[in-house]
Write a protein that binds this ligand. Structure first.
Ligand SMILES: [Zn+2]
Length: 242
C-alpha cells in the first residue's frame, strides 16, 4: 500500500470522516460519487481506498492510475492505493488486514463499499473484506456497480446539487467512459432520476445498509445542544415532581 499523504494526519477537524472503498479506479465514483460530492460540500473529509490499479481494464494501468488521481483531486479526497492484482483481490485476510489498517488511520464515521451480489469477483471480495474489517463500525453502506446483480436500496441520498459533480468525477476516468460500455453517462443520470423518484426527490443515489446507526442524540447541534436539552429535561422532571 502506498498513499498520497499520511492518512493519520488528514482528519484533524471534527467533521464526518468518510471512507469509500472500491476494487478498481472509477468504482467509487460510479457507486457513490454524488454522495461523496455532497459530503465534501458539507465540509466532510473523504478518503478513497482503491484496491487495484485496474490494469486488466480497457486501458493500461498507468492511465487508470492517473485518472483516479484526477478524480480524487477534483473531489478533494485523500487517495490510498491497495497493491492487489486486478482480478485477483482476495476476500480474506490480506484484504481485511489492509482495510483494517486504513480504517485505523482514517477512523471513518461512515464506510461506503461494494454491494456483495456482483458478477465481478473483485467487487464481491471488496464487499466481503469490508464487512469483516468494519465489523465494529456503526455505518456501512453498500453501493451499486454496473455489474451488480441483485440490489435493493433502502437508504437514499439526495444528490440533486451533486449529480453534475458526480458526472464530472466519472468523466475524469476518460479511458473507461470512452471505451467501456459499462460506463454510460446517460444511464448514470437515468439511474439517479429513478432512485430520486423512489426517494421522493429529484435525483438520488441508493444504498443497501449493511449497518446504519442513526445517532439522533449527537446530531443536529452536537453534544453541547444535547447536554442543554438534558438539563431542560431534568428541570422539567423536578418541576413535575414538585
Ligand atoms: Zn470495478
Amino acid at each position: 500500500m502506498h498513499s498520497e499523504a499520511d492518512p493519520g494526519a488528514v482528519f484533524e477537524e471534527d467533521f464526518v470522516r468518510v471512507l469509500a472503498i472500491g476494487a478498481h479506479p472509477d468504482d467509487i465514483e460510479l457507486g457513490c460519487g454524488g454522495s461523496l460530492a455532497a459530503h465534501r460540500a458539507s465540509g466532510d473529509e473523504i478518503a478513497l481506498l482503491v484496491l487495484t490499479t485496474g490494469e486488466q481494464g480497457p486501458q493500461a494501468a498507468a492511465s487508470r492510475v492517473d485518472e483516479q488521481h484526477q478524480a480524487a483531486e477534483k473531489l478533494g479526497a485523500t487517495l490510498i492505493w491497495g497493491s492487489f492484482d486486478d482480478g485477483d483481490v482476495p476476500d480474506g485476510r490480506p484484504t481485511v488486514d489492509l482495510i483494517q489498517h486504513v480504517m485505523g488511520d482514517v477512523a471513518p464515521d461512515v464506510v461506503y463499499t461494494h454491494a456483495p451480489n456482483d458478477t465481478h469477483q473483485d467487487h464481491r471480495a471488496a464487499a466481503l473484506a469490508t464487512f469483516g474489517a468494519a465489523r465494529r463500525a456503526s455505518r456501512i453502506l453498500r453501493y451499486e456497480s454496473p455489474t451488480t446483480t441483485t440490489f435493493s436500496p433502502s437508504l437514499f441520498v439526495d444528490i440533486e446539487r451533486s449529480l453534475d459533480r458526480k458526472v464530472e468525477l466519472i468523466c475524469a476516468h476518460v479511458s473507461q467512459v470512452l471505451k467501456n460500455g459499462l460506463v454510460d453517462v446517460e444511464a448514470i443520470r437515468a439511474q439517479a432520476r429513478y432512485y430520486g423518484f423512489k426517494a421522493r426527490v429529484h435525483y438520488a443515489e441508493g444504498f443497501e445498509t449493511e449497518r446504519f446507526l442513526w445517532d439522533l442524540e449527537a446530531g443536529r447541534d452536537g453534544p453541547e445542544r444535547l447536554a442543554m436539552d438534558l438539563r431542560d429535561v431534568d428541570e422539567l422532571d423536578i418541576a413535575v415532581l414538585r
